[in-house]
Design a protein around this ligand. Structure first.
Ligand code: GDP
Length: 140
């Protein structure tokens, strides 16, 4: 299996509750390496660009408000099959449907305030990583 990179965000509901380390512990226990990480405040423009695919969805405004409501931690994760592996570790979008042991089952408040983002394909991972990191900020 090839070594891949994926893009992760620890969302404002998690940073507000001081859960960055707790989320990172789950990530690392799953065999993924955090090869880049920074804590930022996302601008509305950045959030609208990042979630552009959801622009027509009824929750888009709420999603942008939420993602800009407090600090987020953007990350690059590396490991075998990292895109799919991280999706498994995150759990379902709605924490009510998430498997035991997943980040969203443990920490998410709701379908909107669900603690983490992870890329859904290798192609999107590359696009999302490039939105927030330059090459020399990623050290594998
Ligand atoms: P993900 O890939 O599991 O993050 O899920 P999606 O790509 O479907 O949705 C992106 C993000 O939009 C989710 O992680 C949630 O934060 C948010 N979201 C999705 N569905 C809803 C919803 O019904 N209501 C609200 N408020 N937010 C939602």
């Amino acid at each position: 299996m090839a070594i891949q990179r994926t893009f992760s965000i620890i969302k404002p509901d998690a940073t507000e509750r001081n859960l960055t380390g707790a989320v990172n512990a789950v990530i690392e226990a799953a065999g993924l390496r955090i090869v880049a990480q920074k804590r930022i405040l996302m601008s509305r423009r950045e959030a609208e660009t990042f979630y552009g695919v959801h622009r027509e969805r009824p929750f888009f405004g709420e999603l942008v408000d939420f993602m800009t409501s407090g600090p987020v931690v953007v990350q690059v994760l590396e490991g075998e099959n990292a895109v799919l592996r991280y999706r498994e570790v995150m759990g379902a979008t709605n924490p009510a449907n998430a498997e035991e042991g997943t980040i969203r089952k443990k920490f998410a408040r709701s379908i909107g305030e669900n603690s983490v983002h992870g890329s859904d394909s290798e192609e999107n991972a590359a696009i999302e990583i490039a939105q927030f990191f330059s090459g020399n900020e990623i050290v594998g």
